[in-house]
Structure formats: structure tokens, C-alpha cells
Design a protein around this ligand. Structure first.
Ligand code: ZN
Length: 443
């Protein structure tokens, strides 16, 4: 074999490949950002590498894919609490209007990426104002991001009037089309904040650009009731009737579904983005994940934004995704741990249209991978690796993280984000946000 850039020798390798092989004493070789070999230590020991890493005692697996979040919302973490979704959004939008700018969103995105990288997430789907700010932050941090133009029927803090959003979106998609770390998507907020014409126009834009279509759907009972009153259909049926559902569609939440919704989801090939912590914290309900899986509808896992969940910890999200269905249905056989790990890796990547590129450790895949330290009291012993990942491992157990062949965290030190500066800048801005919020409170 030709020399490689990075050779990882000796870890327990969870490949999540087509056979879901687990290699007890494995090895992975990376060249030019691509995984060029996955095998046993004995297979690859002789390979010449610019960097050889002794990874014995570690677990090597694909990086986690967080399929639904709002990265810039880290600016407002814990600012709005104890309100139902609709009132909570109204309150949040007051602060967003005041403080959301191209610069602040980039700061919030960098903060969020630092948090995600520290926790072993290597790819995320982000919906927020100024998506170019998050995209540029991702390019700077070497982070894989799915994002793109957002749609609302009102002028937002970006100053874009609704009729200008399509043309601006078109320019956005062209601008980032050639960036390998950026996967474009088109993102109307939901069926109540975007008119049927707006949803159709956004769908057409996504189709013209070959981009993913991402929206919130059936998050709360109130949203379902209001959508049904206004349009005569549930949110799923409404989106379906408008021709916006297909296998390039991802729907965040899907908490409240009727039988007909399941049938429409199944027929369309759309994927559901499950955000258990956000749904619980906002009292939205519990998504029918067991039934979705039983019906063969793809379900991937997200954290939602840092104001609703209130962090970007995929391990906690995985644990809740596993636990909730068992408790609700009183059945410990539901949502097997292996299925939950798939939801956070391969299924997440497939939902985002990246199933041929990331989510597995296999030859030809981009090198998005994480090393987990197993030599810790709470991880010893380990008889069931999938059960460990869902019910025991936490984000502080992640030692090193690689995205597209480049180390973004090595031995707990971030390599591509100046963490101290990001934290200092955030602290300063948070003081202003808090001061403004205090003035809003009734005396
Ligand atoms: Zn959301």
C-alpha cells in the first residue's frame, strides 16, 4: 500500500459498515481525507504513514451526525425558560431581532461547533438566520455542515423581505455549491410561518439546486390544530399535498402523527429528525419513534437548538431516544441500542444525503471519525459495545475527533477553533443580551 497520512493502530473499531463489523484490535488508514483501509492491526501494521497513532484501549467509530439544530441559538442558551413552544418562540424572537447579526451568528456557530467537536459530533444540520455565517464558521473550523437559506413570511433580523428570499437563496446555494464541507439545504421554518406558496417556492428552489428540503413538522399539538384549522390538513398531509415530501425531505420532530401521516411518510421516503430532549423540555410530547421504525420510516437523531434542549450533546439525545420508547410502551425490547447508534451515524448521514460519504468507517468514505477513551471507571467492563455507547458513554469520553481527514480535536485540545477567544467574546455579548432581557421583564 502507498504511504498514508494517518494510521490508527489497535483500537476497537466499530465500523458501522454494511456488515456492521466490529474489529477487536483494528486499524484504519486515512489518505487525502479519505479512509483507504479498514482492517486488523496485523493487516495494516506495515503501512508507512506520516503519522501513526497508537490507539490501543480506545474505541474508534464514525463521528456522530446531529440532524437538527440551530447553532446560532447558543447566543441565547437558557435565556427563555418555562414556556410552551409558541410563547417561547415569541419571546426568543424579541432577543433574536435585537442581537442576531452576521457577526453574532458566526460567533454563536463557532461556540456551538466547539461544543459539538468536544462531544464527538462531526456533522450537523443547522437552520438559522445568516446561514453564510455558520457555513463560514464551519469552513474555518473544518466542520461538516448541512445548511442553507431559511424562509419565513416575515422580514427577519437579516433584513430580507420575503419576496427577495428566493433570489437571495439562489445566490447562496451557488456560492457554497463547490465547498466539500458544506452540503446545501433549503429550509422553510414550518407550515404556519410559511405560506403554501412560500413552501412550494422553497421546494422548487431546493429541486433546482439539488438540495435537501428541511422543515419543522408536527412539533406540538397546537401546531397540528392550527394547521388543520387553516388548511384542512395535518402538517404532514399539508406538506404532502403541496408536493414537498420525497426522499430529499427531512422533517424535524413529527411528534403528533395520525395514521394517515404515517402512510404519507412511508410513501414519500422522507426522514424524521427526532429531538427527544427538546420535545420533552418544551412539553411538546414524545414522538412515536417505535412505530416509525416499525413502519420502516427513517428516524435520525438531533439535539435541536441550544435554547430548547439546552446543549448539543448527542450522547444524551441518543440515551433519551433509546429510553423513551421503552418507558412509554413498557417494552424493553424497543429501540435496540444498535438501532440507536445507527440513527446517530449511518441513518443520520443517509437522511442528509451523505450516506455514501460519511456515517461509516469503510473504504472510500470521508474520514469523519472519533476516538473514545475506554480506560475510565464508568466504562469498565464493556460486554456490549452498542449498549455502552447509548447508555454509558458521555461526551467527555471523546478524546480525539477527525473531520474529512483533519484532526479538529486531539487529546481534548481543539485544533481549529480558538476556544479561549470564542468564550471571551461570548461572555461579553451575553452580558449585553442579559441586560437587554432584564429591561423586558415587567417590574
Ligand atoms: Zn428546530
Amino acid at each position: 500500500m502507498q504511504p498514508v497520512d494517518t494510521l490508527l493502530l489497535g483500537p476497537l473499531v466499530l465500523t458501522m459498515d454494511a456488515e456492521e463489523r466490529i474489529l477487536e484490535t483494528g486499524a484504519v488508514a486515512v489518505r487525502d481525507g479519505v479512509i483507504v483501509a479498514v482492517g486488523t492491526r496485523a493487516d495494516l501494521e506495515g503501512v508507512t504513514a506520516a503519522e501513526t497513532i497508537d490507539a490501543a484501549g480506545k474505541l474508534l467509530m464514525p463521528g456522530l451526525v446531529n440532524v437538527h439544530t440551530h447553532l446560532g441559538d447558543s447566543l441565547f442558551r437558557s435565556l427563555v425558560e418555562e414556556l410552551p413552544l409558541e410563547a417561547w418562540l415569541e419571546r426568543l424572537w424579541i432577543s433574536e431581532r435585537e442581537f442576531v447579526s452576521r457577526e453574532s451568528v458566526e460567533l454563536g456557530a463557532r461556540l456551538s461547533m466547539a461544543e459539538m467537536i468536544r462531544g464527538g459530533t462531526t456533522c450537523a444540520l443547522d437552520m438559522f438566520w445568516f446561514p453564510e455565517a455558520a457555513a463560514d464558521a464551519a469552513l474555518g473550523a473544518g466542520f461538516r455542515l448541512v445548511t442553507g437559506p431559511i424562509f419565513f413570511d416575515f422580514d427577519g433580523p437579516d433584513g430580507l423581505a420575503v419576496e427577495r428570499r428566493i433570489a437571495a437563496g439562489e445566490r447562496w446555494l451557488e456560492r457554497y455549491a463547490a465547498e466539500p464541507l458544506i452540503t446545501p439545504c433549503v429550509q422553510p421554518h414550518n407550515a404556519l410561518t410559511v405560506s403554501p406558496e412560500g413552501l412550494r417556492a422553497a421546494r422548487d428552489l431546493a429541486d433546482r439546486a439539488g438540495a435537501l428540503f428541511h422543515t419543522h413538522c408536527s412539533e406540538t399539538a397546537t401546531e397540528v390544530r392550527q394547521t388543520t384549522e387553516r388548511f384542512g390538513h395535518t402538517p404532514v398531509a399539508h406538506l404532502d399535498e403541496l408536493g414537498t415530501l420525497d426522499d430529499h425531505t427531512v422533517l424535524a420532530h413529527c411528534v403528533h402523527l395520525v395514521d394517515d401521516d404515517f402512510a404519507r411518510l412511508r410513501r414519500s421516503g422522507a426522514a424524521v429528525l427526532h429531538n427527544p430532549l427538546s420535545n420533552l423540555k418544551l412539553g411538546s410530547g414524545i414522538a412515536p419513534v417505535a412505530r416509525l421504525l416499525e413502519e420502516g420510516i427513517p428516524v435520525a437523531i438531533g439535539t435541536d437548538g441550544p435554547v430548547s434542549s439546552n446543549d448539543l450533546d448527542m450522547w444524551t439525545a441518543m440515551r433519551f431516544a433509546g429510553l423513551l420508547q421503552r418507558g412509554v410502551h413498557m417494552d424493553p425490547m424497543l429501540t435496540p441500542a444498535r438501532e440507536v447508534v445507527r440513527m446517530a451515524t449511518t441513518v443520520g448521514a443517509e437522511a442528509l444525503g451523505l450516506g455514501e460519504q460519511v456515517g461509516r468507517l469503510a473504504e472510500g468514505y470521508r474520514a469523519d471519525l472519533i476516538l473514545i477513551d475506554l480506560a475510565r471507571p464508568h466504562l469498565m467492563p464493556m460486554y456490549d459495545v452498542y449498549g455502552h455507547l447509548v447508555y454509558t458513554v458521555g461526551r467527555d469520553d471523546v478524546r480525539s475527533v477527525m473531520v474529512d481527514g483533519r484532526w479538529v480535536m486531539r487529546d481534548r485540545t481543539l485544533e481549529t477553533i480558538d476556544e479561549a477567544t470564542v468564550l471571551a467574546e461570548m461572555e461579553q455579548l451575553a452580558a449585553e443580551i442579559e441586560h437587554h432581557a432584564a429591561r423586558l421583564e415587567p417590574a
